[in-house]
Design a protein around this ligand. Structure first.
Ligand code: BGC
Length: 728
């Protein structure tokens, strides 16, 4: 009781502050004209470089603008903010920007960051990105993207955490906390935005912006939880997605926004549409015309309209006709003002020049970006210890256009990047080779786009004179990201030809894959001695690659997405259902293809190391628990090799049966550990109602009694196995 009283007393000031804010908001709303209210609902775009279109000053001064995107830089932001603060009610603007994996110091792309299986790492990256963005006057990022993506043809798979709901939820939480902390009015913190609400990653055929059809069950079970994790972490805003979801485009989907998000989940922040998405309701064929699109957006609960201006143009007439209500407008204004208050913008509307001068691209930030990049690399194959470079190697050939590309390494959505800041792989490896007393020769060979400068023969000649070859191949950074879906996800250009020619010299060839998605690499997987996925590593690419290739650091990342053998297998994901006829090699009438196996090239959670590990002594705290009970699972992870390295212990469960069918495996815990040679660490996982429950027949989340298998291993393929029962 006493604790309860203390807790209530401790919460009281918070509650009072919240009441106070709501009072202030009510007062403001009471004073606002309809035009001013609609102004708050409008977000307009700056130039890609961050400049402010001239007419925005007048809009801001009249209180007819709520927010901008892309406008950044202290001088520009403050100038426009001053105009807003001169408006009748002195309501500040909120400046948004896509700070996706760094502002100026670019971190690995989010998919790479997810491959680190390290939430502290993701949180730190988001926190540094926020710090730099804040210093440049940005107060709101359109991140994290928490869309589950099971289709690597979809270019935006690079922007999220891959295919898994559990990993995606953990990463969502870490990123929101990284951007916002626990109070996003604090210096160096910015409001986050969970996007794209919802189901955008399930675009049919992997084609961007395409229609999605996802059952309510699958939304609840797979697509929604990362968004819910973002809400639970206090995310300030949501973005409504472009896609048609089960016949109702998300930006006009009242069930989705008002129903699930605002009502069931009690989300208090505001929802911004995606770019022009309100207007696109006409193209979708949901809205009859632009006025109707405004009506649908407002009715659905989209509070702020990005770029198109239909709310402003049509709301007055819609109100007159009784097609929308003033209460709906007031609610949208309230939510936007609430976030502006919570962001501290009313007290602190301006950015400080001294921060912009001192907080961007600091050595602390670039070091963190380097560590994050190292953690993201996934070693897919390493025959005979091809990597790291051995002592005694004197001549190294580096080939591949991507090895010498300062822009590619920063990936898509690279913030306020300055290409000149990034360290290429050629530069990083060149310097590391020199330190190791070796010589590095660079020959382009081939790149993602076939070009006149391709010189495969020259690369082969150079390979013959080398002790070892490193080939950097993959996709240009523009080949993944928004509007960058690919139907053929093999290596583009003549890059495969290049690697084949290099391998045919008989020299040890290590292939570094720079991609924003899994690519089809059957030949490489079979014939190249070593393959390592490095994603787009960011500003410090060259340094991170050098330290891993030369063995100062062992790779320890794991695949956050199943790696298909062929596009024909897509969608391919590890947590699939069993079917009534599970795969049997010798039985034709089982779920399979005639021409290809069901197995992926590499499973979810897979990744090698320069060391070796064992996971053993799995112990369960109980073999029977109640529906409300918890169970701990412990294992010993031991580094059995001879270099310091990381391993990710991964826990998966499978429930034998239920009121609805259960996936063959589901990730429910992971822990990345760093161990010295011979060192052992005990890792503990807890399984309780959150992990064991699921959406049953009635679509309610609950734990159902029954038998579970549990595995702890180093990939989704399993490892130590045990079982337990949840009692009725
Ligand atoms: C993207 C969003 C992004 C927005 C603003 C849209 O095209 O889908 O993810 O935040 O643009 O740049």
């Amino acid at each position: 009781m006493r604790f309860l009283m203390l807790a209530i007393l401790a919460l009281a000031p918070c509650a009072r502050a919240a009441d106070n804010t709501e009072k202030k908001i009510s007062e403001l709303i009471g004073k606002m004209t309809l035009e001013e209210k609609l102004g708050q609902l409008q977000q307009l775009d700056g130039s890609a470089e961050g400049d402010v279109p001239q007419d925005y000053y007048a809009l801001a001064e009249k209180g007819l603008l709520g927010s901008t995107l892309n406008v950044r830089g202290v001088k520009r932001v403050n100038e426009l903010q001053r105009a807003a603060m001169r408006s009748r009610l002195h309501i500040p603007l909120i400046f948004g920007f896509d700070v996706i994996h760094g502002y100026r110091t670019i971190f690995p792309v989010p998919l790479g960051e997810a491959a680190s299986f390290d939430t502290d790492n993701a949180r730190e990256a988001a926190s540094i990105a926020a710090d730099e963005a804040y210093a440049a006057g940005v107060r709101w990022t359109f991140a994290p993207m928490v869309d589950i993506a099971r289709d690597p043809r979809w270019g935006r798979i690079v922007e999220g955490s891959g295919e898994d709901t559990y990993l995606g939820s953990q990463m969502a939480r870490a990123r929101v906390l990284g951007f916002q902390g626990t109070d996003y009015s604090a210096p160096g913190k910015i409001a986050a935005c969970a996007k794209h609400w919802a189901g955008y990653g399930a675009a049919e055929g992997g084609r961007d912006y395409n229609t999605t059809n996802i059952s309510e069950r699958n939304l609840d079970e797979y697509y929604f939880p990362p968004f819910k994790a973002a809400v639970d972490a206090g995310v300030a805003t949501f973005m409504s997605a472009f896609n048609d979801l089960n016949g109702i485009p998300c930006t006009g989907n009242e069930w989705l926004i008002r129903g699930v998000l605002k009502s069931s989940w009690s989300f208090e922040g505001f929802v911004v549409s995606d770019y022009n998405a309100v207007k696109e309701l006409v193209n979708h064929g949901l809205a009859a015309d632009e006025a109707d699109a405004a009506r649908l957006g407002i009715t659905a609960g989209v509070d702020m309209e990005m770029v198109s201006r239909l709310y402003n143009n049509h709301a007055p007439e819609l109100l007159k006709k009784g097609l929308i209500t003033e209460a709906q407008i007031d609610e949208a204004v309230r939510r936007i003002l609430r976030v502006k208050f919570r962001a501290g913008l009313f007290e602190n509307p301006y950015a400080e020049q001294k921060l912009e001068d001192s907080e961007i691209l600091t050595s602390e930030h670039t070091m963190a970006a380097k560590f994050a990049a190292e953690k993201s690399f996934v070693l897919l194959k390493n025959d005979g210890g091809t990597l790291p470079v051995r002592d005694g190697v004197k001549h190294i050939l580096l080939a591949g256009a991507l090895a010498d590309d300062q822009e590619a390494v920063t990936g898509s959505w690279n913030g306020d990047v300055r290409t000149r800041d990034s360290i290429t792989i050629r530069k990083g490896l060149g310097e590391a080779a020199k330190d190791a007393g070796a010589e590095l020769t660079y020959v382009r060979g081939a790149g993602p786009a076939a070009s006149d400068t391709d010189n495969i023969t020259e690369a082969v000649e150079a390979a013959r004179n080398s002790d070892m070859v490193i080939a950097v191949v993959g996709e240009q950074q523009t080949m993944s990201g928004e509007a960058s879906s690919r139907a053929d996800i093999s290596l583009p250009g003549r890059q495969l030809e290049l690697v084949k020619a290099l391998v045919s010299t008989g020299k040890p060839v290590a292939v570094l894959l720079m991609t924003g998605r899994p690519v089809i690499i059957n030949w490489l997987a079979e014939h190249a001695p070593a393959v390592m996925e490095i994603w787009y590593p960011g500003t410090m690419a060259g340094r991170a690659v050098a330290d891993v290739v030369f063995g100062k650091v062992s790779p320890g990342g794991k695949l956050p997405v199943t790696w298909p053998l062929s596009e024909g297998q897509i969608p391919l994901y590890y947590n699939h259902k069993n079917t009534g006829r599970p795969f049997e090699a010798d039985n034709k009438y089982t779920s399979k293809y005639l021409d290809i196996t069901n197995a992926p090239q590499y499973p979810f959670g897979y990744g090698l190391s320069y060391s070796t590990f064992t996971i053993s002594d799995m112990k369960l705290s109980a073999d029977r628990i109640s529906k409300k009970g918890n169970l701990t699972v412990t294992v010993n992870v031991r580094n059995t090799g001879d270099v310091k390295a990381d391993e990710v212990a991964q826990l998966y469960i499978h429930k034998h049966s239920g009121s609805v069918t259960r996936p063959v495996r589901e990730l429910k815990g992971f822990k990345r550990v760093t161990l010295d040679p011979g060192e052992m660490q005990t890792v503990q996982f807890t399984l309780g109602p959150n992990e064991l429950g699921f959406y049953g027949k009635d679509l309610k989340f609950a734990v159902e009694p029954g038998d579970f298998d549990v595995w702890v291993g180093t990939s989704s393929e399993g490892g130590n196995e045990s079982s337990f029962t949840v009692l009725p």
